[in-house]
Design a protein around this ligand. Structure first.
Ligand code: URA
Length: 240
């Protein structure tokens, strides 16, 4: 999801369907307010949460929203899908307005899914440079051995993307259950990594993303708002 930050004049041209020259006149006449203050700068940068008024007309006023959802197996991590129920379908209409998914899970994976309308926050969460840990509990068809720990820590070559995966931590919990921590999220990454051992993944559950842990009071399909502390644990880059 791209950041929604952009110039005020472009926003006004598109919202009011008027040319740039007319926007300049409106601004100079003091008829536009951003977050309560008269805005006169054509190139003022605004984001999706700026409150923009033209005379008495409210053009934009969004409140940031951050949710965790216990994604059940069989629900698709998308906002729309012709075939399957989507993560957004599990929220009520008022909650789902403008939300996007920050870090998808496969159809047959379950666990922590984050949703927000704050594109700057979701970008920071998923940015490869931030290396936010994602912890998964994985149930395998065949027994695990110490070789897995070494192979995951060394990284694996993914020919399709022509990359080496970043070192991943694998902890053997029991003969068929591992906990895996990834700092990235390549397509079907965990299934492909266990695929190297020809060991099918029977269950894949995301426990946490960074310090945000799936609330164990949430049953599959249930969601709750993130606390301010959970939101704040994702460090945002400085505005440019
Ligand atoms: N890796 C996978 O293979 N699937 C997921 O849903 C998440 C990580």
């Amino acid at each position: 999801m791209q950041s929604k930050r952009g110039r005020l004049d472009r926003f006004l041209c598109s919202e009011l369907q008027i040319p740039r020259k007319s926007v300049r006149e409106l601004l100079l006449a003091g008829r536009v307010r951003v977050d309560g203050a008269i805005a006169k700068d054509l190139d003022l940068q605004i984001d999706e949460f700026a409150r923009v008024q033209f005379d008495e007309q409210l053009l934009q006023s969004n409140t940031p929203s951050y949710l965790m959802l216990h994604k059940p197996v069989g629900v698709v991590s998308a906002t729309q899908d012709a075939e399957h129920q989507t993560a957004l379908d599990l929220l009520d209409a008022k909650q789902r307005n403008g939300l996007h998914i920050a870090g998808r899970l496969d159809l047959n994976s379950s666990g922590l899914l984050l949703l927000t309308n704050d594109s700057r926050w979701s970008q920071a969460l998923m940015s490869p440079t931030n290396k936010v840990d994602k912890l998964y509990r994985v149930t395998l068809a065949n027994p695990l051995t110490a070789d897995y720990v070494t192979a995951f820590a060394q990284g694996m070559y993914f020919g399709f993307e022509d990359i080496m995966t970043q070192p991943a931590k694998l902890v053997i919990v029991s003969e068929h259950v591992a906990e895996v921590t990834l700092k990235e999220g390549k397509y079907h990454q965990i299934k492909r990594m266990f695929g190297r051992f020809r060991n099918p993944v029977l269950g894949l559950y995301r426990v946490s993303i960074g310090q945000i842990v799936l609330d164990d009071a949430l049953t599959p399909g249930q969601s709750r708002a993130l606390t301010p502390q959970e939101v704040a644990c994702i460090a945002l880059p400085a505005r440019v």
